[in-house]
Design a protein around this ligand. Structure first.
Ligand code: C5J
Length: 220
């Protein structure tokens, strides 16, 4: 077992039954000219997560942790995109043409994971139509098949897909550790509130720690 300094109290995990899950580090959210920027957001706020995520990914791979990546997006014909989701965002609607291809459509440049964190062979990529990584995906089946009990969660955005996934995981019995500097929001105050909600009430959804703590714990 490993013990990592975390809030609201130390988080214990067995690397053999733990997975690193990196949420939606896609060009559409993190790079200029993607969905996020076209919606009027400052992607620099999310790009601060890239280097800490890269270090965590490297450490997780070296320690033999299971690594899973997710991508939010839809089929080219948008048949898996609820009409309610399609009408949001003003002119920047899902499926419309952008500088990196059709927005949040699978197979388009913008939908793919940024090169800095690109998956390697053996790392499952979960394509999800919703905000949560468990909704309408085979993530739970994959985790159960590998005997995974604990999830270390990174990615964007903290209050949307990271938070939704942590809540879904918590309800399914997984213990979740979210890494503060490996998650971010276009709205810094939402990032802080989202992490506060996770660790409140004795860790009602999970634990919060940092990339440095995780990397040093895995190296011990
Ligand atoms: C959003 C996400 N923010 N990955 N998606 O729409 O958090």
């Amino acid at each position: 077992m490993k013990n990592i300094k975390a809030e609201p109290f130390d988080f214990s995990f067995n690397p053999a039954t733990s997975a690193l899950i990196i949420i939606d580090m896609q060009r559409d959210f993190v790079e200029p000219n993607g969905f996020g920027e076209l919606l009027g957001n400052d992607v620099a706020l999310l790009r601060s997560t890239i280097e800490p995520c890269r270090k965590v990914l490297q450490a997780a791979r070296a320690a033999g942790l299971m690594v899973i990546h997710t991508r939010e997006g839809h089929r080219a014909d948008l048949t898996d995109c609820p009409p309610a989701k399609l009408t949001r965002g003003g002119k920047t609607v899902i499926g419309s043409a952008g500088p990196m291809g059709r927005i949040l459509v699978r197979g388009e440049q913008g939908h793919d994971i940024i090169p800095e964190l690109y998956p390697i062979a053996g790392e499952p990529v979960i394509d999800k139509p919703g905000k949560g990584a468990f909704y309408q995906t085979d993530l739970h089946l994959i985790l159960q098949s590998r005997g995974i009990k604990s999830l270390i969660i990174c990615g964007v955005t903290t209050e949307v897909c990271v938070n939704t996934t942590a809540r879904e995981a918590n309800d399914r019995g997984y213990e979740c550790l979210i890494l503060d500097d490996c998650t971010a929001s276009y709205f810094p105050e939402f990032h802080q509130a989202a992490l506060d909600m996770i660790k409140a009430q004795g860790g009602i959804v999970g634990w919060v720690s940092s990339s440095a703590e995780l990397v040093s714990t895995l190296a011990k």
